[in-house]
Design a protein around this ligand. Sequence first.
Ligand code: AMP
Length: 397
Amino acid sequence: MKVLVINCGSSSLKFQLIDSETERCLAKGLCERIGIDGSMITYSPADGEKEKTVTPMPDHTEAIRLVLEALTNPGTGVVSSLEEIGAVGHRVVHGGERFAKSVVIDDEVLAAVEECNDLAPLHNPANLIGIDACRKLMPDTPMVGVFDTAFHQTMPEEAYLYGLPYEYYQKYKIRRYGFHGTSHSYVSGRAAEVLGKSYENLRIIVCHLGNGASVSAVKNGRCVDTSMGLTPLEGLMMGTRSGDIDPAIIEFLAHKENKDIEGILTVLNKKSGVLGLSDNLSSDFRDLEAGYDRGDENAIRTLKAFCYRVAKYIGAYTAAMNGVDVICFTAGVGENAPLVRSFVCEYLGYLGVRLDEEENQKRGEDTVITTPDSKTTVMVIPTNEELAIARETVRLV
Ligand code: AMP
C-alpha cells in the first residue's frame, strides 16, 4: 500500500509518500509560508530532481491540493491517480490521556483531539487543519492519527505527576505527557532489532537530540519516563528552549525585564537554550561545533552545559530502570555530532561505557559506537518518524 504521511504545522506542511511493502520513500517535500506571502512547495521524487515552486497557498487545503497534484503529475509524479494512495497517516502532537495508541480518524476522534488543543495550542489546531483539508480532498481514503504523546502514556503515576496540588491534575489534567514519542518508540525498537535482542528484555535510554530534544527511558518495550512535560519546554536544554529552570525565574525576570508572562515564555521558548546560552552565537550545533574548534568561549560553555544535562538525564533514567543496557543517540544532533556524543559518554564511565572513537565518527547509519568490551552498549540510530507513522497507518487500516 502507498501511504501519504502528513506533518502539518501552522504555516508549513511536510509530506512523504511511502510504499509500505518496500518501506521506500517514493517522494517527499515541504510546503512553506502557507497563508503568508511568498508560499512555496518543494517536491523531491526519489528518482528525480528536486523542484521548488513559488505559488500562492492561502490555506492548508490549497497546500494539500498542490501536494496531491505534484504526486500525480504525469511527468514528475510517482502515482498515476489518487486512488493509488491507500491511506493517509497524520502526525498529531498532543493526544492527552485519551490516546495511548494511534487511531483511525473519524468525527468522534477529531472532537477528542480538539479537546486536547488547550494542551498544545501551537500545534494541535494546525494538525487538525491538515486532517480537515485532507478529508475534503480525499473523502474516501482512510486516515490515521499518530500521536507524539502516545508512546509515553505507559509512564507510571510517580513519573508523570508534578509536585503540585493534586486538584490541578484532576481539574486540568496538568501532568507530564512527553513528546517525540514516535521517534523514541521507533529508535528503541530498532536498537533491539539491530542488536538481535528481545525488545521486551532490554532497558534502553533514547537521547533524541534535535532542534527539540528529549530523553526517554524504555524498559522492556514500555516508556517509563521522559524528559519533556506538559509541554515540550521541560527537560533538556534545546536549540532555543530553556528546558528545566527554577519556575520562580519567571516572576523574577518579569519584574526585571518588565515583561508579561507571554513575553517571558517567548524568551524561554525562542531565545534560550543553546542559542541564548551561547550569547546568540547559534541554535545550530554545526555552528557550535565550529565555534568549539576555533576555541570560541560561547560555544565551549554551551556545548559543555548541553552535554552535562544529557548525561544527568541518563543518570536519572538509569536509576529509574535500575540499570541500563543500551543508550541510543538520534535526531539531527544525536545522529550527526560526534563531539556531543563523545562529551556525553565521558560522563558514563560508571556504566562501563567505552567509546570506539572511530565508529563514533560515522553518520547516518545504525551503528554501535562502543567497543565490544563496553559494559553498556551505545548506538546511533537514525530516526524515521515518517516510516513509523506509515507503519502505524497500515497496521490500523
Ligand atoms: P532535527 O530537529 O532533528 O531536524 O535536528 C536539527 C538540528 O540538528 C540542527 O539545528 C542542527 O543543530 C543539528 N545538525 C544537523 N546536522 C548537523 C551536523 N552535521 N552536525 C551537527 N549538528 C547537526
